[in-house]
Design a protein around this ligand. Structure first.
Ligand code: HEM
Ligand code: NAG
Ligand code: NAG
Ligand code: NAG
Ligand code: NAG
Length: 332
């Protein structure tokens, strides 16, 4: 009797695993993301996310940039699979721990809160990766950017590795060719790279991220002569050499998503070496001029490029996460 029922249980479990595996296969092989993915399964999903983003940004405007950036850091490392959100375990040092992320990316509590709310409303439905994609759009719009359709149906990954971040994410010291090469790895071209760099229209940067340009240009103990002198003076006031962990704005209007970033570049007020590098190529110069003369074209094209970034390829296998910070199996 007891062995019968345990066999039955085993059988059930086996079938359950099979069903899960088949569902996963179906989802992975379809690949096609859809704007209406949650309409039937969780009609309130989009409004829940938007309400939460509104609440977070109303309470702290600076969180919008951080939330938007998470989708970028997610998609560039093993595709848009929520891997950037995973906490390290004893056996796995995750992306969060990588030099390029640690102490820099933030917004995890906010994503966790959104996920918690969604699990309450529609258990087992909305992936962490999709949450990041929608949040990036809503946060951008909240700061004045144009909306774009977010295509949904991403599955979450079950692994995340710190040492995959190097080589996957661009770095602040990259030149134009390196930036192009890094974006190409996820299917984005040079123009996408120039447009997406406009993400630096919002948010802030640690002073230490451009100290070389302010204080030790080419190891010469001088200020980068290409920086507008009055801007260099301003930056030195904002960022004394003793304070690498202080912050300054990424562009002149860092609380508003607009094309001021490109105006800054064209007037020698770029911040990061990688920002300034955009103007070392004719395509970058041309785009910056266009973005300034026709700001609406930038606002539109940014959304188009974000859609493209949201399709960044990544490896299987996928799993399910009830909590974005760790892996747990989906109830069958
Ligand atoms: C082109 C190559 C890129 C490089 C080298 C780069 C590098 C950086 C660096 C060094 C920071 C400052 C981090 C800190 O000081 O802690 C930063 C901030 C930021 N980045 Fe990028 N980034 C790039 C592209 C992008 C893209 C494509 C987006 C989004 C579409 C983006 C969105 C942001 C945002 C919003 C912030 C401000 C974050 C905040 O205020 O919390 N970046 N980036
Ligand atoms: C994940 O790590 C963060 C710190 O990085 C911590 O605040 C959070 O509580 C952790 N989440 C879980 C579910 O352990
Ligand atoms: C990534 O590269 C940097 C130097 O470019 C190195 O210091 C760091 O240890 C590497 N690995 C990780 C996981 O950050
Ligand atoms: C703009 O930059 C300043 C640092 O100069 C920072 O304190 C502020 O939070 C940033 N604003 C936003 C909306 O990110
Ligand atoms: C670098 O230049 C500053 C003045 O701009 C000077 O005070 C400092 O001693 C110099 N450091 C070295 C190592 O030359």
């Amino acid at each position: 009797m007891a062995s019968d029922s345990s066999r039955w249980l085993l059988n059930l479990q086996g079938r359950c695993l099979m069903t899960c595996a088949l569902l996963l296969l179906a989802a992975v092989s379809s690949e096609q993301l859809s704007e209406n993915f949650y309409d039937a399964k969780c009609p309130q999903a989009m409004s829940i996310i938007k309400q939460k983003v509104d609440k977070f940004v109303n309470a702290d405007r600076s969180i919008a940039a951080s939330l938007m950036r998470l989708h970028f850091h997610d998609c560039f490392v093993r595709g848009c699979d929520g891997s950037v959100l995973l906490n390290s375990t004893e056996s796995m040092l995750t992306e969060k721990e990588a030099l390029l992320n640690k102490g820099s990316i933030r917004g995890f509590e906010q994503i966790d809160e959104i996920k918690y709310e969604l699990e309450h409303a529609c258990p087992g439905v909305v992936s962490c990766a999709d949450i990041l994609a929608v949040v990036a759009r809503d946060a951008t719009v909240k700061l004045g950017g144009w909306s774009w359709p977010v295509f949904l149906g991403r599955l979450d990954g079950v692994v995340s590795f710190a040492d995959e971040v190097n080589g996957s994410l661009p770095t602040r010291l990259d030149n134009y060719a390196k930036l192009v090469a890094t974006f190409a790895k996820v299917g984005l071209d040079a123009k996408d790279m120039v447009i997406l760099s406009g993400g630096h229209s919002i948010g802030k940067v640690h002073c230490g991220a451009f100290f070389e340009r302010l204080y030790n240009f080419q190891g010469l103990n001088i200020t980068d002569p290409s920086i507008d002198p009055s801007f260099a003076a301003f930056l030195k006031k904002q960022c004394p050499q003793t304070d690498p962990f202080g912050f300054t704005a990424l562009d002149a209007t860092n609380g508003t998503f607009d094309s001021a970033y490109y105006h800054d570049l064209l007037t020698n007020r770029g911040i990061l070496q990688s920002d300034v590098a955009l103007l070392t190529d004719p395509l970058g110069v041309e785009y910056a001029i266009k973005a300034v003369s026709d700001p609406q074209s930038f606002l539109f094209e940014f959304g188009q490029a974000m859609i493209k970034m949201g399709n960044a390829p990544g490896p299987a296998p996928y799993g399910w996460r009830k909590h974005c910070a760790f892996v747990e199996h989906k109830p069958c």
